[in-house]
Design a protein around this ligand. Structure first.
Ligand SMILES: Nc1ncnc2c1ncn2[C@@H]1O[C@H](COP(=O)(O)OP(=O)(O)OP(=O)(O)O)[C@@H](O)[C@H]1O
Length: 640
């Protein structure tokens, strides 16, 4: 039986390699505003020691300091580029192999999270740099392996979690979107807007517009304080354009968390206080998630807040994660800084298990068949039609059928498909990506359609060839074969036909007749007529062992029947095939109930058989089987 595989059935998951969450700390410089407020005159409570460690004053004893070690420490003089190249760029390549990654900025309000993630036109931050590099990496990888023919498609989504509601920043009317988890524990936001980006200009356009929808407000500690957690999702889809149409999807989360707020210092009231409550509560859940992961607790409270639900992949999940803890230098921020450092320190113990998942789309197109079935498919067009009919009878809900219907939908002229694909390839090669002709799934379907068309033409050609060969073989078989003089028994006519009893052992060379056997009639063995026919017209020879083909042949038997008798027998078989009832047909050798019914059916549809050989077009019959059917019945027919 042919086995059908559904369109997305073939899913391969790579080995999960445990990887620690990477933690970097960035200390921002004193700001002008802090100068005016006299904050700068205060002592800095924290300072860097080297590229990985820092010290902070011990609040219990001002003469002591506490040391912290991280994966990276960026001091007040560090540039946006240093932070990006040191901590973010190294994880980006994972996206192109179908793995997830996430970068999130954590820290108290006003400590520099938005500056680090977004920056400004003069000092672009992680987000614009990562998007630009991903676009470049994808472009370079598209042409790197012409044999495998990979294409990349990059899309973006942008959400904010404002007061425990997921808001679509690309489509502001999508408020309070749900967060779901699929069977592989991957987090999804159904209904979230996704924009394809092929150039950085595309990204800029969507991002700038979406950023205007973000909720920011002036607080005592920050003129433009983020009142929500902002999550930019960049999806990289890598698709193979040739069989087996492998596909990888990597997701990059770039997260600018809202800052923890001490409302005695922010002076928040009313709505700002409410926002602050939601922010602090979700950050508290974030801290509980990290604690639970570090303690190996069976329940991790991801579901206790929208933020942790969304970060599920980044903390203890499948992403390569980088946390950048932003801190401010002033003494006034001491406890916020200490809390951020403690959170950062415990986060670096969290272990993630990144893996990549590969789907193969081609599966639905190709049925897995045993070689025998392939042969049968080639010999009878009828069987082909039947199998096609079978597949269309499948339940409409099976995914293979869905794929089939998709193909039917795209029932375009093959020449049109060919031209569309060529055009699309030209556009891709010329990097006219802002003019996409076909989206990825459409293109894949077109490629599949073309392949299918080509295979069908190929099958048709093979079928023709097979028919030709069969006819040739038949013609050769039905030609008189000259017998060797050594076989010139009086009963063997020169123009006799050879009907093999054992096809494979048939020997037509100079085999010497050893002994003559009399055949016992198959039916009515008392009939005089039969005896006469047998004695007169048939002789069976035991063949001697022969080395004609370089190997020893087993002794075989061969019957030679006079041409006119042979013809007579065939006509009798043909007559029975055309007029016999099921019962009468079953009286023939090698015809059972099923075949008898098939013969009746064939007659009804096509009219009478013109030759016994027409039986080959029945399901389950072949030229070879018909030949052995004739051999098995001819003598009985002659005797009847
Ligand atoms: N490394 C830095 N170099 C120069 N300026 C910085 C740096 N970090 C932060 N700033 C400035 O400090 C101010 C506050 O930073 P930012 O808005 O990024 O803080 P935040 O942590 O995002 O605050 P909130 O949580 O309230 O949104 C901004 O004016 C920003 O430009």
């Amino acid at each position: 039986m042919a086995k059908r595989v559904s369109i997305m059935d073939a899913v391969v998951t790579s080995k999960k390699t445990p990887t620690r969450v990477r933690v970097a700390v960035r200390l921002r410089p004193f700001m002008d505003r802090e100068d005016k407020e006299g904050v700068k005159e205060q002592r800095a409570c924290v300072r860097g020691l080297d590229s990985q460690s820092l010290e902070i004053v011990n609040w219990r004893n001002q003469l002591e300091t506490m040391h912290y070690q991280f994966d990276a420490f960026y001091g007040t003089e560090s540039t946006q580029r240093e932070v990006y190249t040191g901590s973010v760029y190294p994880i980006l390549s994972n996206l192109l192999t179908g793995q997830n990654a996430s970068v999130f900025a954590y820290g108290p309000t006003g400590a520099g999270k938005t500056h680090t993630m977004l920056g400004n036109p003069a000092q672009p931050g992680i987000i614009p740099r990562a998007v630009r590099d991903l676009l470049q990496m994808a472009r370079a990888a598209s042409g790197s392996s012409p044999d495998e023919n990979w294409t990349f498609s990059i899309s973006m989504s942008y959400v904010e979690i404002y007061q425990e509601k997921v808001m679509d920043l690309l489509e502001p009317k999508n408020k309070d979107l749900p967060i779901r988890e699929d069977k592989d524990h991957k987090i999804l936001i159904p209904g979230l807007t996704q924009k394809t980006i092929t150039t950085f200009a595309d990204f800029d356009e969507h991002f700038i517009q979406a950023s205007q929808n973000r909720t920011v407000a002036c607080t005592k500690l920050n003129d433009r304080s983020s009142r929500s957690h902002a999550v930019l999702l960049i999806k990289v889809q890598k698709s193979q354009q040739v069989i087996p149409f492998r596909q990888f999807t990597g997701k990059l989360y770039l997260i600018d968390l809202a800052g923890s707020e001490d409302n005695r210092r922010t002076g928040n009231q009313g709505i700002r206080l409410k926002e602050s409550g939601a922010i602090n509560s979700s950050l508290f859940t974030l801290s509980k998630v990290v604690d639970a992961l570090n303690q190996g607790l069976p329940r991790i409270p991801y579901r206790d807040s929208k933020l942790t639900r969304l970060l599920q992949d980044s903390l203890g999940g499948s992403a390569h994660s980088v946390m950048i803890a932003n801190i401010a230098p002033g003494e006034k921020c001491y406890f916020d800084t200490l809390t951020a450092l403690n959170f950062a320190a415990k986060s670096k113990q969290v272990i993630n298990k990144p893996f990549c998942q590969e789907t193969t789309q081609a599966a639905a197109q190709f049925t897995v068949k045993r070689p025998r079935e392939d042969m049968e498919a080639l010999t009878t067009s009828r069987q082909q039609k039947k199998s096609r009919a079978d597949s269309s009878e499948e339940s409409p809900n099976t995914s293979s059928n869905v794929a089939q219907r998709k193909l039917n939908l795209a029932s375009l002229d093959p020449a049109v498909v060919e031209r569309l694909l060529k055009l699309d390839k030209m556009l891709t090669e010329k990097a006219l990506k802002d003019l996409p002709l076909l989206n990825t799934p459409k293109r894949e379907r077109m490629v599949l359609l073309k392949k299918l068309e080509e295979s069908q033409v190929e099958i048709e050609k093979l079928r023709e060839k097979q028919k030709e060969l069969e006819q040739k073989a038949l013609a050769t078989e039905s030609q008189p074969v000259k017998t060797d003089s050594s076989l010139s028994d009086s009963s063997v006519n020169e123009s006799s036909f050879r009907v093999p009893l054992r096809g494979r052992n048939r020997i037509t060379s100079t085999a010497k007749a050893k002994k003559v056997l009399r055949v016992v009639p198959l039916k009515d063995n008392n009939s005089r007529q039969t005896k006469a026919i047998l004695e007169e017209d048939m002789t069976i020879f035991e063949k001697v062992r022969s080395k004609c083909s370089g190997q020893e042949n087993k002794p075989g038997w061969e019957v030679n029947i006079r041409t006119d008798l042979m013809q007579n027998g065939r006509e009798k078989i043909l007559n029975l095939l055309n007029t016999g009832s099921v019962k009468e047909l079953k009286s023939l050798q090698k015809i059972g109930d099923k075949k008898a019914k098939l013969i009746m059916g064939w007659r009804e549809i096509n009219g009478p058989f013109k030759a016994v050989e027409d039986l080959a077009s029945l399901d389950g019959m072949s030229v070879k089987l018909v030949s052995s059917f004739i051999s098995a019945n001819i003598m009985t027919m002659l005797a009847s």
